[in-house]
Design a protein around this ligand. Structure first.
Ligand code: ADP
Length: 451
């Protein structure tokens, strides 16, 4: 109810306002809130005042209080009046009440208090460069009253002592001093406030512009990403069928005509079969890469030791033929995504086996560390190693080292690994020494038990 009333008054009073300065904007709002409070307060303060002035036969105050109430109602509820007119109407009403009170009940009444409060209101509601007006108004009021007293034109209420000039000047000079001080000090404070407000508005605008730009770029990147993912999926999916045909027929050609044609033809057929097989591997990897999209399920408790054991079975031929040894340390169950973790580890172990140093049985070691904020996994091997200049490049799609003869692959394994760690909110990096081996480190976030 109160909020609706406030909104109603704001809509009426602020409809015509437009101002450049943020401080003026807040001055206007403060004034309007003041008006909204003034109406109920007027009612509370005015009714006893009206009754008392009527009983005491104090008709001028009775009339002025009624005018004050009517003006306040007009200021609050009549639309299409410029805000500055509303402000001055209120100032004048306060001045009027102050003057009437001084005129009839002298300087010990609340008249001077009204004059002082109206100068504070003026400083609050008018722009900084108009703050001095209140001081001149008070000065003028005091001079006018001095003249009225001097020429004996003041008619105090019958049972009150008459105002005398010396007494009046002593008291009213305090009012002039106080309003001078206020009109000097408060605008200074306001101008500092205004500067910082301006600065804040400027920063907010810059931030807004930046956010809009960022949002636009994000939308663009997202749509490009989706397009790319769709393209990769379609290409890898649709190419599989014709490629299967090519490989199949090349195999048939090899079975049927190998050795029956000349040496050159045999070599060409072998190249063609190898090429087709490589392409098949590439497309399969690409389709796996495109399938790693987003996480849809909740993390579950997974056992890395068990996953490592399963992978040892997968790679048992390579392990046996290369006499490889796979060891582990501190592998503890944790909450994560078993399929992603398994693909990740599979690619790293495959590489560790593939890029083993000639004549040295591969030694592969997986460790896990709980670092408080995440888990750190490290897969160490004693393989051929990687030159420092390739530490970042190897994680990029289709990037292979220049030694094309070492190992055979598509250059996608580490790209898949990186995509998974990125998607899970982790990081991956490598450290290595050529000829000694490599350490692939990756982190995974710690999930709480979601069940
Ligand atoms: P691929 O193995 O199919 O070539 P990857 O993306 O898995 O592609 O690896 C990229 C390159 O990083 C590889 O070509 C290889 O040169 C290098 N590499 C990856 N793992 C190792 C490792 N454990 N030891 C040495 N070199 C590695």
């Amino acid at each position: 109810m109160w909020n609706r009333y406030l909104l109603f008054i704001k809509n009426i009073c602020l409809a015509t306002e437009e101002n450049a300065s943020p401080l003026d904007h807040w001055r206007d709002r403060l004034f309007v809130s003041g008006i909204a409070f003034l109406i109920p307060f007027c009612l509370i303060g005015l009714i006893p005042g009206l009754v008392m002035s009527y009983i005491n036969n104090f008709i001028p105050l009775f009339i002025f209080d009624s005018i004050a109430f009517i003006v306040s109602v007009i200021v609050a509820f009549v639309p299409r009046i410029p805000l500055i007119v509303r402000k001055w109407a209120i100032f004048m009403v306060f001045y009027g009440i102050g003057a009437v009170l001084i005129f009839f009940i002298g300087n010990y009444g609340p008249g001077l208090m009204y004059l002082l409060s109206v100068s504070i209101l003026m400083i609050l509601f008018l722009p900084n460069n108009q703050a001095y007006i209140s001081f001149f108004f008070n000065l003028a009021t005091c001079i006018i009253f001095s003249l009225l007293i001097h020429f004996n034109l003041i008619s105090s209420l019958p049972n009150l002592p008459k105002l005398d000039l010396v007494h009046w000047i002593t008291v009213s000079s305090n009012l002039i001093f106080l309003s001078a001080m206020f009109s000097f000090l408060i605008p200074k404070l306001f101008s500092r406030l205004e500067n910082s407000l301006r600065e804040q508005v400027k920063l907010q605008e810059q931030l807004k512009k930046g956010t809009v730009k960022l949002k636009k770029s994000l939308v663009e990147v997202e749509s490009k990403n989706k397009e790319l993912e769709h393209f990769t999926f379609v290409v890898s999916h649709d190419l599989q069928e014709p490629l299967r045909m090519i490989t199949g027929f090349l195999e048939l050609l090899k079975i049927k005509y190998y050795g029956k044609l000349d040496e050159k033809a045999n070599t060409y057929i072998s190249y063609a079969v190898d090429g087709a097989n490589r392409m098949r591997m590439l497309i399969l990897d690409l389709s796996e890469y495109s399938r790693i999209n987003k996480i849809t399920d909740d993390p579950v408790l997974l056992n890395p030791q068990k996953i490592l054991e399963d992978l040892q079975l997968t790679f048992q031929n390579e392990i046996q033929s290369k006499k490889a040894e796979i060891t582990s340390e501190s592998l503890k169950p944790f909450y994560g995504y078993p399929s992603f973790f398994s693909v990740l580890l599979q690619n790293l172990i495959a590489n560790a086996l593939k890029y083993s140093a000639p004549g040295r049985p591969p030694k592969i070691h997986l460790s896990m560390t709980h670092r408080g904020k995440d888990y750190l996994f490290e897969l160490t091997d004693n393989g051929v190693g990687i030159e420092a200049e390739y530490f970042d490049k190897i994680f990029v799609l289709f990037q292979r080292l220049r030694k094309k003869n070492v190992g055979s692959g598509t250059g996608m394994g580490l790209a898949i690994v990186k995509k998974i760690t990125d998607m899970l909110g982790g990081k991956i990096w490598v450290s290595s020494e050529v000829g000694k081996g490599s350490v692939f480190s990756f982190t995974l976030p710690i999930y709480q038990d979601v069940n």
